[in-house]
Design a protein around this ligand. Structure first.
Ligand code: GKR
Ligand code: MG
Length: 430
């Protein structure tokens, strides 16, 4: 069956003012929804992070794929890659930001996941079955903590008199001190049952972030694994000093420093495993990773590694070279989450709970509504394909948000300057 039409829809979804090394999250996070429709009337969907370049490229590529059969996925992706070359976009570098800026990996992921969703419906099997089969039926995620400014994002102002309770209330609150970090963790864990914790760092002076980690340990005890991720803005000296300080309490330290060489230096000096979604981020980085031993754990992410099958390949390489596997996340909705769950279900050596920003987002674009966590895990959907259905009305609303918002890419530095004039991103801050 051939692809008869496609739709590329950029959307803006409410996102709270979370802090990171890159600055501050804008009131809306940008995503792109790809929908392919085939001659048999069946459709396939995917969700990826949005930039102007991704939207333009996907529109360009998809025109070349009309008439292709998603079952011939390798051929289809080769054709897609060739068509992108003719667009001559120059922004094919990952960049210094905590998130990845390369267009091709995003486009490849969008195409592959939409095709697998369609194929699952065509053959009445789940995406995880197309990937080789599930080794677990529920996929565990961790509590993802952020320093944050007051407010819940979108057009909603912080209102201390509102009726919100529990996580809905804490989600709006300022988080800066170790006590506030612990309050956020307790609330997330009460609401979702997460069994491990990651703190997004790179925001406060490193010793203050270490104090927050010790406060979490005091509060939750040694059975709740803890991670800290300063997104590579520490120097090697700081990475070694803080790494040693936190050695007794961390499950892993994620991207303390920038680049494989620096990661290897820190890794040799401390005991905690090092994890990355910033220094080993493509297959081309693997030889150097092996040569230097730049990290112990790689955070896979199907949006950034070019799709679900590429991540399965990555896991095999990780197994060969003794790397643990975890999963990276960015602000996202249920369509991305469903794909993450199918992938998580198929990774035999899933060593760690996966990252997800999902509790921070309040919108949804799937008819099933917000996907429920049970003891921190999400059940693999049991319907064919990804197992979720697009809610076109919700997408239309979020597309209007995108048009109203009028910004086509994520820029945390500009957002940060709105609350701290003159603030500048620094690739190495401490
Ligand atoms: O949401 O601000 C954020 C994070 O910093 C995100 O953009 C990172 O890509 O979560 C990510 C990470 O693990 O580096
Ligand atoms: Mg990270």
């Amino acid at each position: 069956m051939k692809i008869a039409s496609f739709t590329v829809t950029p959307i803006a979804t409410i996102d709270p003012p979370l802090r990171a090394a890159s600055g501050l999250h804008a009131p809306f996070a940008l995503r792109v929804i790809l929908e392919i429709a085939c001659e048999d009337g069946l459709t396939g969907f995917s969700e990826i992070p949005c930039t102007n370049g991704v939207v333009e490229s996907l529109n360009h590529i998809c025109k070349h794929l009309l008439g292709e059969d998603p079952l011939q996925l390798t051929r289809l992706l080769e054709k897609a890659k060739a068509s992108l070359v003719s667009l001559k976009r120059e922004d094919e570098a990952r960049g210094d930001t905590p998130w990845d800026q390369r267009i091709w990996v995003h486009a490849r992921s969008a195409l592959e996941v939409a095709c697998l969703d369609y194929l699952g419906k065509r053959f009445e099997v789940r995406v995880c079955d197309l990937l080789g089969g599930a080794v677990r039926e529920a996929v565990p995620f961790g509590a993802y903590l952020f320093y944050k400014e007051p407010g819940a994002g979108g057009d909603l102002a912080f209102n201390s008199d509102n009726q919100a309770e529990g996580w809905a209330a804490v989600r709006q609150m300022n988080t800066k001190s170790p006590d506030e970090v612990v309050r956020q963790a307790k609330s997330l864990i009460d609401e979702y049952g997460f069994q491990s914790i990651k703190l997004k760092g790179g925001v406060l002076p490193p010793d203050d972030e270490a104090d927050a980690i010790f406060a979490l340990r005091d509060s939750f005890g040694k059975d709740v694994p803890l991670r800290l991720d300063p997104n590579a803005v520490w120097s090697v000296e700081t990475g070694i000093r803080i790494g040693k300080k936190l050695d007794p309490v961390l499950e892993y330290l994620e991207d303390p420093v920038r680049g494989q060489e620096n990661m290897a230096l820190v890794g040799k000096a401390i005991e905690s495993p090092l994890a990355t979604n910033m220094c080993t981020t493509s297959f081309e980085d693997i030889p150097n990773s092996v040569r230097l031993h730049s990290e112990d754990v790689i955070l896979t992410d199907h949006h950034y590694w070019g799709g679900l099958k590429a991540c399965i390949d990555l896991c095999r390489i990780c197994q060969t070279f003794g790397r643990g596997i975890s999963m990276h996340s960015n602000s996202h909705l249920g369509l991305s989450l469903a794909a993450m769950v199918h992938l998580g279900a198929c990774i035999p050596q899933l060593d760690y709970d996966l990252d997800t920003h999902y509790p921070w987002q309040s919108d949804e674009i799937i008819k099933e509504g917000r996907l429920p966590f049970e003891n921190g895990a999400i059940k693999v959907p049991d319907k064919p394909g990804l197992g979720v259905t697009l809610d076109h009305e919700a997408i239309a609303v979020l597309h209007q948000n995108y048009l109203n918002f009028g910004v086509g890419f994520r820029n945390d530095e500009v957002e940060m300057q709105k609350i701290e004039p003159g603030w500048k991103f620094q690739a190495t801050r401490w």
